[in-house]
Structure formats: structure tokens, C-alpha cells
Design a binder for this molecule. Structure first.
Ligand code: BF8
Length: 647
């Protein structure tokens, strides 16, 4: 397959060519070698939960229709799906736990490098948690908030505290169905129990518990991660930066942070500016230290410090292929084991930092919050000292580096829509009500070599904004669209419909708002709740003219995110189908029946334009249900589209 068929990103195409030339195996090669992929796995009908198996259901109805224990395709598919939810919810939530732990250490003075950067947000969280803040120091409040946040993970009964932030009607519905999470860990553990051999075999019951667990991610672990990261590292404000492999610099020591948790990467930002290390870099013949990021830890330090992004998930090996990276340090999640072999083809040092994520034979410098700055400096020093080993003849850095604006949050996104000093959702709601905006959509998630890299994100987002749908993004999806220049205000003139264009030009925002990393999808839940709270657009999230999508998803985290959006009332389209199609019942349940139960449902559609139109149709239906008038500039656009077709 040609590089142009692998990715729409020209910088990535260049590096894929370099990999071919240098005979270095990368993700697309391994994906080719894996063809044809296992059909049983794709349909979700392989069960290896106990050792009477592995069992598999014959999808053509000729062979076995149950496993050895009697489990049907419905049971097997639902159990496998629930276990994927558990994996995703666990990953996000463990991230949240680590942030809560850091907050506690900082409050107790045990991690001196961490400060409470947003005391106002801390007080707001304290209020939600029911902490009396009167006459207490910020540290004392932080300590109490940290303790409560940590106890949310191990809580056995009652309700998670953040669910109170959902619209009243939504919370009542969750209570009625019995899916309000009691404790974050508890719901994940219960998935593992229910899906053990010989426990729950009612597919609807299994999936409803999966919903309870994913709500404990979105309205629990991920929300803890986002909110407490804002408290510790500062709530982001709109900030300009650059994206794509061109952010790597030929004459600088290039250090890449990759993974998810900001605990280390935030300190790395500070350490990379340390005069002693900068001096050392100069002595090695470099002009300085250039820090860049990959995946969601990149989004974290982009949002708060404007650090450039080298690329998204499928670019992690490509960054190494530039030959210009002295060091890549990783923490947890979305880190390909293949990095060990790719870095071994260059001078690049790979360093793991989390006890949860080690590579055999790869240097491990364990990160400890108590000694954060010293450890960060030690790691960067390794990179700086490695500059002399760079083989200049093998360096090839693509030119592409594109401007973007990130740093939008629940607190600030609509302050901008309302004018600089007003923090209200009124202008957004009014724009939707009067039809200048059709609605809003969240487009999030990963890359997946099953789909041409970045193509679905970009095509879908362009189609949505063209139809006056304001888009919010997180994760690798935001990075994909940023690389194509969609995250700057000027993009509105080139790609957005007239209504969205008017809004963007009036307040100077891009038509696509970057709200952060994948745990920051929790910001979207709060944005939706705030829109409902402001009024005029129904009284539940499921009433809103909105939709969600993960067009290139691949991780279990994406499944958990998808489910907590659906469970919050959002119609959500996934690109590649989830591995459920081996059960017509489960597929029908999550793509159809669920809507009648919880107000949201899934659809699977690989074609991003078709998927965008499914979202638009859903938005239009919700507008109609709310008795809203037509979209203001619909007829203009139709004429324009027709002219384009004719010419
Ligand atoms: O958590 S979007 S590939 S990096 S899983 Fe991973 Fe997917 Fe990227 Fe961020 Ni989210």
C-alpha cells in the first residue's frame, strides 16, 4: 500500500517512506502482516474466559451456537464488551486516582514541586464535595478534597459525588434504572465478577452494569482527573501553539513526552527550561532543548503551557524515524511496545517512568512525586547528553508544522461566545435557538490503522462545521484536525457554514474547540449539563441538538467514553463497529433499544461523511422536537453546494 493510502498527513507519508527506505517495520507493516484479521474476534464471539474453552460461536449458524458452558453469542458478546468497558474505565480512573494522590501529597507538603495553581477551582470542587472551606487554608481544603476524591474510588455504597452535576432529570433516570455508580473501583470489579464463568448471562443486565461502570469513568475517574489536574496544574486558557512533526528542531535537543498523566510531563516542562540543562545542551552543540508531545500527555501540556505537539497515536514511531529525537519518555497508556525496536534503530533513548508500564530491557527511571523535579532533570539530562550521538546523515524532519489554538474549557469556552468578560452559556443557547448554529458535536478518539490515518476525523469535522455544527474535540482526534488547520479562527472562513462563521468572526474562536486530553471528555459532559441548566433547550442532555463520534477509535478507553456519552443521553457514532456484531441482539440493544431506556444510542458507520450526516439528522430531529425553527442559512448553503456540484 502506498503511504498516501495509509495517511492523509503529508508529514507522516514522508516518514512512512523513510521507514520503507531504511527497512524499519512500523505499525502499518504489522497491520498488513496481521491480515486477514480474526473474524471471530471482530464479531466478539470468541470466549476464553474459562479453560473449558476457548469457545467460539459459528456466525453462519451451522456449527456450535453456544460455548461449552452453554453461553450464547449474546452472553459472550456482552461479556466481552463489558470487559472492554472495564479496561477503559480502569485506565482513565487509575489516571484520576494518581492525580488525586498527587494533590494529597502536595497539600501535605510532601511533594513540594506541586502547588495549588487554581485555588478557586479547588473551592468549587470543595463545594461539590460538601467540604466546609470557612477559615481553612488552601492546603487544608486541598487535603480534604484529595481525601474525598480518593475515597470515591473505594466507596461501597451511595452515589459518586460528581453525578450531582448532571441535569436533574438525567440523574433521576439513572436512579430509576439503577445505574448510578456507587464507587469507581467497585463498578469495575463487579464487571469482572459478573463476566466470570457462570455468573451473569443476561446480555441486557450485563450491558446495564457496563453502563454503571462507564458512568463511574466519565462522571467519576475521568472527572476527578480533569478537575484535580486543573487545580494542580492550572485551568487552561486559550493558547496558541504548533502541531505536527515539523515542531522537532534540527539544531535542538529534541525530547518527546508520550503517554497520559500530566504529573510528570508538567514538571518536565519546567525542567526543560532549567538554566543548568540549557547550558549543558549548548555545550553539546545544541541551541537549546525542544520539548514536544505525543498523544494525551501532549494535550495536557499543550492546554496549559502551549508546548507543541509532534503527533497523535499513529505518529509515535514516525517521530523517532525523523532521527532527531534524543529521548522519548513515556508514562502510561497508548504507548506501543514496538517503540523499543524502533528506538533501537536510532540513537533515541526510550525511558519508562511508571511502575505500571515497563518495557523489557528498556531503561526505567521511576517517577516519584516527592522528588519530581530532580527526576525530571535526570531524565532530560540523559536526553541532552545523547545529542552527540545523533547521526546527522539520518535526520529528516518533515516541514509540516501548523498553528492551532487549544485550551478551551467548561469555564472559558462560552465566556468567549458571550464576550470577553461574561461567563454564560446564554449566547451559545441563543445561537442554537435562533438557528445561527445548528447544534454542537463532540468528535474524539484515536487513530486506527484500519482507517486511513486522520482521514475520518478531518472529513467528519469539516462536514459538521460546514453545516453550522460547532465541534468540540479531545485526544488524537483534536490533533488530527489541528494538523489540517481546523483549530484556528481563520478555518471558519474556509470551512464553516455562514452561521458558525458569523459566531467565530464575532468572538475570534475557531470553529473547532480543543478541550483537552481523553479524560477531558468529562469537560464535555459538564458543558452539556451547563447548556441544559441555562435553559431553552430542554431539560436533559438527551434533548439537546448534539451528537458525538469516535470515527477512528481503537482503545478500550474509547468504548468506555462512548458508553458514558450514550448513557448521558448522546447519540454517538463509532467508525469501525465495536466487536458486537456476532450478536444481533446485543447490536440491536446498543444501536437501537438503548435509546428508549437511556436517551442515547450508538451507530456504526465507517464512512465519515455518512456518519456526519447521521449526526446532523439527529441534531435536526432534536431541533424539531424542541420546536426550534430552521437553521438560519440552510438555503444559502444548499445553493452553494449545488453550484459546486454543477461547476
Ligand atoms: O487517551 S485518543 S489513541 S492517546 S486512547 Fe490513546 Fe485514543 Fe489517542 Fe489519549 Ni485517548
Amino acid at each position: 500500500m502506498k503511504p498516501e493510502d495509509r495517511t492523509i498527513d503529508t508529514a507522516s507519508q514522508e516518514m512512512i517512506r523513510k521507514a520503507e527506505k531504511e527497512n524499519i517495520e512500523i505499525v502499518w507493516d504489522r497491520h498488513d502482516l496481521m491480515q486477514p484479521q480474526c473474524g471471530f474476534g471482530q464479531l466478539g464471539i470468541c470466549c476464553r474466559i474459562c479453560s473449558m474453552g476457548p469457545c467460539r460461536i459459528d456466525p453462519f449458524g451451522e456449527g456450535p451456537q453456544t460455548g461449552v458452558c452453554g453461553a450464547t453469542a449474546d452472553t459472550i458478546v456482552a461479556r466481552n464488551l463489558a470487559r472492554m468497558i472495564a479496561g477503559g474505565a480502569a485506565a482513565h480512573s487509575d489516571h484520576g486516582r494518581d492525580i488525586a494522590h498527587t494533590l494529597l501529597l502536595a497539600a501535605e507538603g510532601k511533594a513540594k514541586e506541586y502547588k495549588i495553581k487554581d485555588p478557586e477551582k479547588l473551592k468549587a470542587i470543595a463545594n461539590i464535595f460538601g467540604v466546609d472551606i470557612k477559615d481553612k487554608t488552601i492546603e487544608k481544603i486541598a487535603q480534604e478534597v484529595g481525601e474525598i476524591a480518593l475515597s470515591e474510588f473505594g466507596k461501597q455504597h451511595g452515589e459518586l459525588k460528581f453525578v450531582e452535576r448532571a441535569p436533574k432529570k438525567r440523574l433521576e433516570l439513572w436512579r430509576k434504572i439503577g445505574v448510578v455508580p456507587r464507587g469507581i473501583d467497585r463498578e469495575i470489579v463487579e464487571i469482572m465478577h459478573r463476566t466470570h464463568i457462570g455468573v451473569d448471562n443476561d446480555y441486557k443486565n450485563i450491558i446495564l452494569h457496563g453502563i454503571r461502570a462507564c458512568l463511574s469513568d466519565g462522571w467519576g475517574g475521568s472527572m476527578v482527573a480533569t478537575e484535580l489536574s486543573d487545580v494542580l496544574f492550572g485551568t487552561p486558557e486559550p493558547i496558541r501553539s504548533k502541531v505536527n512533526l515539523g515542531v522537532l528542531k534540527e539544531d535542538y535537543v529534541n525530547i518527546i513526552v508520550h503517554g497520559h498523566e500530566p504529573t510528570l510531563s508538567d514538571i518536565i516542562v519546567e525542567a526543560s527550561r532549567d538554566p543548568e540543562l540549557l547550558e549543558l545542551a549548548k555545550k553539546q552543540g545544541a541551541k537549546g532543548i525542544n520539548l514536544a508531545g505525543i498523544c494525551c500527555t501532549a494535550n495536557e501540556i499543550l492546554m496549559r503551557h502551549g508546548i507543541s505537539i509532534a503527533g497523535n497515536f499513529l505518529q509515535q514511531e514516525l517521530a523517532i524515524l525523523t532521527g532527531s529525537v534524543e529521548l522519548m519518555l513515556v508514562d502510561v497508556q497508548c504507548i506501543m511496545p514496538a517503540l523499543a525496536s524502533v528506538t533501537s534503530c536510532y540513537h533515541t533513548k526510550l525511558i519508562t517512568t511508571s511502575p505500571k508500564c515497563k518495557f523489557p530491557g528498556i531503561t526505567h527511571i521511576e517517577f516519584k512525586e516527592e522528588k519530581a523535579f530532580d527526576i525530571a532533570k535526570k531524565i532530560i539530562k540523559e536526553g541532552v547528553e545523547n545529542f552527540k550521538n545523533r547521526n546527522k546523515a539520518r535526520v529528516e524532519i518533515p516541514k509540516e508544522e501548523v498553528d492551532l489554538i487549544a485550551g478551551f474549557t467548561t469555564e472559558n469556552a462560552f465566556k468567549f461566545l458571550g464576550g470577553k468578560y461574561r461567563s454564560t452559556y446564554k449566547p451559545l443557547n441563543e445561537a442554537i435557538i435562533n438557528g445561527r448554529l445548528r447544534g454542537a458535536a463532540g468528535v474524539v478518539g484515536c487513530n486506527n490503522p484500519n482507517i486511513k490515518h486522520d482521514s475520518a476525523h478531518v472529513a467528519m469535522v469539516k462536514e459538521l462545521i460546514k453545516h453550522d455544527v460547532l465541534v468540540v474535540q479531545t485526544g488524537c482526534s483534536a490533533i488530527a484536525c489541528a494538523k489540517q488547520g481546523l483549530l484556528i479562527p481563520e478555518a471558519a472562513f474556509q470551512y464553516a457554514g455562514k452561521g458558525l462563521q458569523e459566531i467565530c468572526s464575532a468572538v475570534g474562536i475557531p470553529p473547532v474547540l480543543h478541550v483537552g486530553s481523553c479524560v477531558d471528555n468529562s469537560r464535555v459532559l459538564i458543558i452539556l449539563s451547563e447548556i441544559v441548566k441555562h435553559g431553552g433547550l430542554g431539560d436533559d442532555i438527551s434533548d439537546l441538538p448534539g451528537a458525538g463520534a469516535a470515527p477512528e477509535w481503537m482503545s478500550e478507553k474509547a468504548i468506555s467514553i462512548g458508553f458514558y456519552f450514550v448513557a448521558s443521553g448522546v447519540f454517538t457514532v463509532f467508525g469501525t463497529p465495536m466487536p458486537v456484531q456476532g450478536s444481533a441482539n446485543v447490536t440491536n440493544y446498543i444501536t437501537n433499544e438503548l435509546e428508549g431506556i437511556i436517551g442515547g444510542k450508538f451507530a456504526f458507520e465507517v464512512d465519515p461523511i455518512k456518519a456526519a450526516h447521521m449526526m446532523i439528522a439527529h441534531i435536526d430531529k432534536k431541533r424539531k422536537d424542541l420546536n426550534l425553527g430552521p437553521v438560519m442559512y440552510e438555503s444559502d448553503r444548499d445553493e452553494k453546494e449545488e453550484t459546486q456540484v454543477r461547476s
